[in-house]
Design a protein around this ligand. Sequence first.
Ligand SMILES: NC(=O)c1ccc[n+]([C@@H]2O[C@H](COP(=O)([O-])OP(=O)(O)OC[C@H]3O[C@@H](n4cnc5c(N)ncnc54)[C@H](O)[C@@H]3O)[C@@H](O)[C@H]2O)c1
Length: 361
Amino acid sequence: MLDHLKEEGQVVLVVNDTYMDIDVMCDAIVQSSINAKEIRRCTFGPKDKGDFATIQLELETNGPENIAIGDEIYEQIEDADVLFIHFCPVSEKLLEKAKHLKLIMTNRGGVEHVNVPAASKRNIPVVNCIRNAEAVCEFAIGLMIDLSRDISLANRSLHEGGWQREFYNTSFQRTLSNSKVGLIGLGNVGCLLARKLLALGVEVLAYDAFTDEEMLKKKRISEVKLCKDVDDLLKEADFVSLHLRLVKETENWFDMDKIRKMKKTAYLLNTARGGILDYDDLRIALKEGIIAGAALDVFDHEPPVEDDPLKQMDNVIMTSHLGGTTLDSFGLSPYLAAKDVTAIIEEDVTERIVNLKQITI
Ligand SMILES: NC(=O)c1ccc[n+]([C@@H]2O[C@H](COP(=O)([O-])OP(=O)(O)OC[C@H]3O[C@@H](n4cnc5c(N)ncnc54)[C@H](O)[C@@H]3O)[C@@H](O)[C@H]2O)c1
């Protein structure tokens, strides 16, 4: 499949950004089955990571259409056969210029930055890359254990000269393997996390608006108890872990109404996106003891404002959006993307073509 990319003379446009090394992206193309005669290099977006985060949020919420990119990218794409991006927005306007384009590849899982319908209209495959689901899962399990066993709190106490053995949750503390974990969202991260938790002997409940028992079987997680209604999960789970994408429908979706349905002794984890959880409601819930605690890797504002009350709460673990950022999963992800494209070209593996059903190859 996509055999023509093996033919000599492909022009590849690589667009990096402040988070992704251009040399690694170009080297990944060299190592793939794409027969590139020329690899062009452009860069998208501001260098400053704070400014970039603002653009990233806009892209994830509203898509690529209103984000400005440099003129150079418009010029370089005109006769390019392949576009390899990290976060660079691919709008309809950019695609109008791309008369030769045969493949868009991104070394991210989300494709909110690509106008996929516009690419499909032009019969261009869009290939994504599952780069850090493993990393996020391991991180989430770490947070669950930390929350329930007070590792961070005990560590802080010792560093400050103390020897604390009683914590806010001592009266209802339990082992993870004796707990029920409720996963909201069973996509790449949710499914993998379910598999890992089941292997640890944990009872796993899940809610996903677009999943059924058949899918659980395919993903080898049929022991997961699928809840038809999110409320059923909320009233049973000792840990509720969010793994949805941020889209219009999920914005502030997890609010006080849902928090109130959780057990008073339950913990909430958010390693997905700040925008899907109503943080004002969460602040009230944690202060008033409506739930036991929370672990948060993502926030409504990143970084959180200096006087965010969450910072003063013992029952909150906060990390700085670290869930997916190991070197193997993030920094070297261009090689994973290149491997996925090679698998399409050499072995007809179609799993990573996000618009497979909308195009003819
Ligand atoms: N903390 C980090 O560093 C980090 C790293 C990677 C990914 N993430 C985030 O983790 C989250 C999960 O990523 P993923 O790759 O598993 O996403 P995914 O798209 O594979 O999965 C999302 C799941 O949510 C389900 N869903 C969508 N709308 C829903 C709704 N209204 N109700 C119930 N279910 C719904 C979908 O069916 C899908 O199964 C994303 O928000 C992603 O941005 C965070």
